[in-house]
Design a protein around this ligand. Structure first.
Ligand SMILES: *Cc1c(COP(=O)(O)O)cnc(C)c1O
Length: 368
């Protein structure tokens, strides 16, 4: 089956005497005791099972585990590590996960944040107790591209597990398991959900090994699981994911090209541009460059805020991956301490008509 077909069929598991075309929502918290039946919805639920099945199929993995947020999914990985572990994470890691590691896990896990766009830095950072390599590509918000294959190869030589946060790429544009990663993570709040109406997270594994069993144990016992409503919405959204991604990517390529030649714009961060540092690697490991870009205008933070205020179709809000375009000055959300230019604007390009989006940007920038 090809991606578009998997997206529509793999998660629609109908086991109902009325023969509905679409799988119903099973709201029950518990199930009548019977040989082979599900037991309790924290452990298992038909809608969650369907979601995990379709995502495992899209990522070409053995199994998947759904969580109530992207952070809860990553949290389960960190909880599954032995105490005293060392891990290596990217310097441009999603700020919420960086904070999780530095606050909640600071007693349990030692972390080095390094620039993973330079794979030669990895072997230097590896220690005896290094258990985990965390990759995020493309990264949030600088759209840095890390070479999944090269980094995984080095990690494997040292027996280190590799997780890739593939949220910006979506399962449609990048399949890290085939490139050597052991686990893939997504914030399903973003492209997988696609309509800015729910929060969720997912992990997909290449093997059902001991590390995975430990993660499934955290899912079942710590219990940060999504509701049947949320998992139903996600399987529904996934059916259009391949087509939404094509539209996001087509619009974003045009906007990146427009911004890149605009006299008011200083720099554009988009892996689809030939002048982007990670363009060649992105071209080889992704099937599309995605719907996210960042840029810096000639001016300061107040100018960036003014540009955002000038726009009509780009809502000034955080998050990404929805059908509607969003824009924000990133340091408002994550601060300037993390090395993000104060005036950096991050854009999640929606699937509105490209002419409307370009016209809006043109008038917004014309006011400078
Ligand atoms: C949003 C996001 C997360 C966190 O996901 P939540 O669903 O908000 O908990 C993790 N990684 C990346 C790259 C994200 O964009």
């Amino acid at each position: 089956m090809k991606t578009e077909t998997i997206a529509i069929h793999a998660g629609n598991i109908v086991d109902d005497p009325l023969n509905p075309v679409i799988q119903p929502i099973t709201l029950s918290s518990t199930f009548g005791h019977q040989e082979g039946s599900m037991v309790y919805s924290r452990l298992e639920n038909p809608n969650r099972k369907s979601l995990e099945t379709v995502l495992a199929a899209l990522e070409k993995g053995r199994d998947a585990a759904a969580f109530s947020s992207g952070n809860a999914a990553a949290n389960a990985v960190f909880q599954a590590l032995p105490a005293g572990s060392h891990m290596i994470a990217p310097d441009d890691m999603y700020h919420g996960l960086k904070s999780l590691l530095l606050t909640v896990f600071n007693q349990k896990i030692e972390v080095d944040f390094i620039d993973l766009t330079k794979p030669e830095l990895l072997s230097v950072a590896i220690r005896k107790n290094t258990q985990l390599l965390w990759i995020e590509t493309p990264s949030n918000p600088l759209l840095k591209i890390s070479d999944i294959q090269k980094l995984s190869k080095t990690a494997k030589e040292h027996g280190i597990s590799v997780v890739c946060d593939s949220t910006f790429a979506s399962p449609v544009f990048q399949q890290p398991l085939g490139l050597g990663a052991d686990l893939v993570m997504h914030s399903s709040t973003k492209y997988i959900g696609g309509h800015s109406d729910l929060v969720g997270g997912i992990l997909i594994t290449k093997e059902k090994d001991d590390f995975w069993k430990q993660i499934k144990n955290v899912q079942a016992l710590a219990g940060a699981v999504p509701s049947p409503f949320d998992t139903y919405f996600l399987t529904r959204s996934i059916k259009t994911l391949p087509y939404r991604m094509k539209a996001h990517a087509a619009n974003t390529a045009k906007i990146a090209a427009f911004l890149n030649q605009h006299p008011v714009v200083e720099k554009v961060y988009y892996p689809g541009l030939e002048n982007h540092d990670g363009h060649l690697i992105a071209n080889s490991q992704m099937q599309g460059f995605g719907g996210m870009l960042s840029f810096v205008i000639k001016g300061n933070a107040a100018d960036a805020d003014k540009l955002i205020d000038n726009l009509h179709y780009f809502t000034n809000a955080t998050s990404l991956g929805g059908v509607e375009s969003l824009i924000e000055r990133r340091s408002r959300v994550q601060g300037v301490v993390t090395g993000i230019p104060e005036q950096l604007i991050r854009m999640s390009v929606g699937i509105e008509h490209i002419e409307d989006l370009l016209e809006d940007l043109e008038q917004g920038l014309a006011q400078f």
